[in-house]
Design a protein around this ligand. Structure first.
Ligand SMILES: Nc1ncnc2c1ncn2[C@@H]1O[C@H](COP(=O)(O)OP(=O)(O)O)[C@@H](O)[C@H]1O
Ligand SMILES: [Mg+2]
Length: 228
């Protein structure tokens, strides 16, 4: 009996369960919170469009602020939904989902950064299971979260390519770089990345960007291609 294999299987099932909970949460946010906010915004807009003189300037200014605030809140909820359950992963697949995660990270980062995305290979003839795709996505997502939160980068690049019997996902930033000692000590996010990588037998490495500032995160996933 292969206990190591059984353990990994059990953990994978657990991950699938957590992910389906996330999907439910995203659905609740969509069906309840977002639609409530949309209804309130519609009401506020209707009031705002009443003719001049129907209300004081103060009330009109207040309504304008309210509409603006509601729209910002709706954007926030949409972002949270996308993080909880990336719809692009279901509808478009892993590569476009990663590309749109990169675009989103650049918009939500404290300081927006320029991006480059390159995937010079057809990934559709590479057999990645749904769980593998999801876990790869979550690892790249956390690498991008970390860039938005900590790196202060101006430029972020993601390259996906074939490297021997592996698929390589490389996320490079030109930010402040990681200082090994302090950064890796209470690194919950990084521990989660490692944990997810282990589940799919992927190799995960952090490097200093060569010749300049910044960090490179590499994920290597062993693959089986459908062609001979
Ligand atoms: N791309 C990066 N650039 C600079 N620092 C980073 C980067 N990624 C991670 N770090 C550092 O590593 C630490 C640990 O990351 P993580 O485990 O994800 O924790 P958290 O994001 O919750 O702080 C961060 O607090 C940060 O100091
Ligand atoms: Mg983090």
């Amino acid at each position: 009996m292969n206990t190591q294999r059984d353990l990994i299987e059990g953990l994978l099932q657990f991950v699938t369960l957590v992910e389906s909970e996330r999907k439910l949460l995203a659905a609740d946010l969509h069906d309840q919170t977002l639609s409530d906010l949309r209804e309130l915004a519609r009401l506020a807009r209707r009031l705002f469009e009443k003719p001049e003189g129907a209300m004081s300037q103060e009330v009109r200014n207040g309504l304008a602020k309210l509409i603006f605030g509601l729209e910002a809140a709706m954007d926030e909820v949409r972002r949270a939904m996308e993080n909880l359950s990336p719809s692009a992963l279901d509808t478009l697949g892993l590569v476009p989902a990663i590309e749109s995660c990169l675009a989103r990270a650049s918009q939500t980062s404290e300081r927006p950064f320029l991006t480059r995305f390159a995937c010079p290979l057809r990934i559709d003839n590479i057999n990645l299971s749904e769980t593998e795709q999801l876990l790869i996505y979550r690892i790249v997502q956390e690498a991008l979260n970390n860039i938005s939160k900590h790196a202060g980068a101006r430029f972020v690049e993601i390259v996906i390519m074939r490297e021997g019997d592996s698929l390589l996902f490389r996320v490079t930033d030109d930010g402040r770089g990681m200082t090994q000692s302090s950064d890796l000590r209470r690194a919950r996010g990084i521990e989660n990345m490692r944990y997810r990588a282990r589940l799919i037998g992927a190799e995960l490495t952090w490097l200093k960007a060569t010749g300049r500032r910044g960090t490179v995160v590499e994920v290597r996933v062993p693959i089986v291609t459908s062609e001979a």
